[in-house]
Design a protein around this ligand. Structure first.
Ligand code: PAF
Length: 191
């Protein structure tokens, strides 16, 4: 698996694979991958010849009181998990690649983001919509796979794809659970 750090290189690689007639699937993540992510990556490999896992802990989706600084990170283990489940590329941009000085765009999706999690996490869904749009433009995938665990997020992503005409096949994969029924999540490490 190759690590790609710039948007330009990622776009070039993806465009070249598509010119070769191959499908490209993306699995966006914030890292600290678990079996739920592994399942998404294997599913992506069933649906497309080329799989790109993205790893970017997106500061814009954390409210000031949230856990951005202590969000769990383990790049070495993530590399192993992504590559052993069939990922061809790990897109690993740094903060300045995603949000250069002077970046002033926010994507806001109304209505579906207002109730539930939206009430308790101001700005969270704007941050998710903005970064997912950037990741879509960086990877230019045919297919994007997300977990159903973040149900409201999955609705937002479908809406983003539709409203901004990305034309990507959005696949929402079932939640993977621990033996006791708890949905797998990188933040379960806090428990
Ligand atoms: O579900 C997540 O891990 C994140 O919200 C996502 C979609 C990768 C955007 O940062």
């Amino acid at each position: 698996m190759k690590i790609i750090k710039t948007i330009k290189e990622m776009q070039l690689i993806s465009d070249n694979h598509k010119i070769e007639g191959k499908k490209v699937a993306v699995v966006p993540t914030m890292g600290f991958l678990h079996s739920g992510h592994a399942t998404l990556i294997s599913k992506a490999k069933q649906l497309a010849e080329i799989v790109v896992t993205t790893l970017f802990v997106n500061p814009k989706q954390f409210a000031p009181h949230e856990d951005f600084e202590k969000y769990p990170r383990d790049l070495e283990r993530d590399f192993q998990t992504a590559s052993s489940n069939g990922s061809d590329y790990l897109f690993l941009p740094d903060i300045r690649e995603m949000y250069p000085i002077g970046f002033h765009t926010t994507i806001q999706i109304n209505d579906i983001t207002e109730p539930f999690e939206g009430q308790f996490r101001p700005g969270h869904f704007d941050g998710v919509a903005t970064v997912v749009a950037k990741l879509f433009n960086a990877v230019r995938p045919n297919i994007a796979i997300f977990g159903q665990k973040d149900y409201q997020q999955s609705l937002l992503i479908k809406k983003l794809n539709h409203d901004l005409n990305f034309g990507i096949d959005i696949v929402i994969a079932p939640t993977i659970r621990e033996a006791d029924g708890l949905a797998m999540s990188s933040r379960n490490t806090y428990l």
